[in-house]
Design a protein. Structure first.
Length: 449
């Protein structure tokens, strides 16, 4: 039986089928067959955070699939009727886990974003694409941003900017997220690309670590601690020198060709290490790394190499569980709860391991977060582009956090981490509750600083 709609809304008026001929319609070629798999049953509705918060059919997975299908048939206009509903999707892919017929929603969404991106020409979109092309794929530029941010935090500039409320005048969302940015570690402690760090004790495996672009720039302490935890459980860690941005942000914005080029660079860089596993500590990055096989499946030269890469890609929690236990030295004080990274849970299928690690910490009182499998509304840069919509979902999430009485909220993705820290601020409990990456909690319990 179809799930009831929260709110009745008219569908876009169908246009004559001749609006866009099928043979010339990119969306038809990319996603039409996949849209036909949807039986419009409505099982996805309760799993969708935007449907829950907005209460309209076009904000649901089945509604978006239907719009993609109509656009592919040339019955509605892509820019006028499809672009906004697709842009308002968080891409959490919780609908895929709820779907009884395994509709590939991620592929449909990806295809729609790609076609929409090809049509967009306004200045904001041009600027966004320019940044994604000229900043994120260049590790040295990203590290420079990280170093400048460290100087900004340490020099007193941050205090001055806060007093003048300069960022609030430029962008309220930007000011909000800047206020919860963790203290960046000194550039002197940054791990150099190309470095090999030996295991402590007996070597159990050689692994290669994916630093990420945003994590490498702004969460370099978490990256350093990730490497130290890996060495503690017997891993020799290699930092591939020519690795690059994973391409997830590019894929989220429909820039699929750029995402593919970045994927090829990373595959080549990690192959050279001859490692058993390729480790990451960011759920969003890890999801795309895990799906390089899908991204490059139609490219004969890269398809098989991408499959091997995806098979070797692992989240840090998986490897710590496999090669552990960790040598904990301290007891944890207070209640810990855990918010799933959507892409770690829904795409990579990892949800038991982070909980197992947290529950293994001496003295830890782990309390399951109600609705931990629902999105926090970070969604890459969704919370910057759709701030109000994102905050509605986050505020509901924080009501559940409050029920746990947790003093520590743990997550496994940079965007989720900042989002949960914003939620703590909005709840007015920043002095009593902290938002922390899983790696930082484990390292602290192991006596690593």
């Amino acid at each position: 039986m179809n799930a009831p709609l929260k709110k009745t809304e008219p569908c876009p008026s169908p246009q004559p089928p001749s609006l866009v001929p099928k043979k010339g319609n990119r969306l038809y070629e990319l996603a039409y067959e996949a849209t036909n798999q949807c039986i419009q049953c409505g099982y996805c509705l309760p799993a969708c955070p935007t449907y829950e918060s907005m209460g309209k059919e076009s904000a649901s997975p089945r509604g978006r699939i239907n719009l993609v299908k109509m656009a592919a048939e040339g019955k509605i206009d892509i820019s006028k009727h499809l672009a906004e509903p697709i842009d308002l999707c968080l891409g959490c892919r919780a609908c895929e886990t709820a779907c009884p017929v395994s509709v590939p929603y991620g592929h449909i969404l990806e295809s729609a974003k790609q076609v929409i991106a090809e049509e967009q020409t306004n200045q904001n979109d041009k600027l966004k694409k320019l940044i994604l092309k000229q900043v994120f794929p260049y590790p040295k530029r990203m590290r420079l941003i990280g170093n400048l941010t460290w100087f900004y935090q340490k020099s007193g500039l941050r205090t001055m900017v806060k007093k003048t409320k300069l960022l609030h005048k430029i962008s309220e969302p930007m000011a909000t997220f800047e206020s919860v940015l963790p203290e960046i570690e000194s550039p002197a402690k940054r791990i150099k690309l190309g470095t090999i760090i030996p295991a402590k004790g007996k070597t159990k495996a050689r692994v290669a670590f994916f630093t990420g672009c945003i994590s490498d720039a702004l969460l370099n302490r978490t990256n350093r601690l990730t490497i130290e935890l890996l060495t503690l459980v017997g891993c020799e860690v290699i930092i591939p020198k020519s690795q690059n941005c994973c391409g997830a942000l590019h894929a989220h914005q429909g820039m699929m060709e750029h995402a593919k080029e970045l994927a090829k660079q990373n595959i080549a860089a990690f192959e050279e290490t001859e490692s058993a596993y390729y480790i990451n500590n960011a759920g969003g990055c890890g999801a795309l790394l895990k799906e390089y096989d899908h991204l490059l499946e139609k490219e004969e030269e890269w398809a098989e190499r991408a499959k091997k890469f995806s098979f070797a890609s692992k989240d840090i929690s998986e490897v710590l569980v496999e090669f552990g236990p960790l040598p904990f030295k301290k007891e944890w004080d207070g209640v810990i709860t855990y918010q799933d990274s959507c892409h770690l849970r829904n795409v990579q299928g990892v949800h038991r391991e982070p909980r197992k690690l947290l529950q293994s910490i001496p003295g830890a009182c782990f309390v399951e977060l109600p609705g931990s499998d629902s999105c926090c509304a970070s969604g890459g840069i969704y919370n910057l582009l759709h701030f109000e919509e994102s905050m509605k979902i986050l505020d509901q999430k924080m009501e559940n956090v409050e029920k746990t009485n947790a003093a520590t909220v743990v997550t496994t993705n940079p965007g989720c981490l900042l989002q949960m820290r914003v939620g703590i601020e909005r709840q007015g409990c920043s002095g009593q509750v902290q938002g922390v990456h899983l790696v930082d909690v484990l390292a602290d319990a192991c006596g690593i600083s």
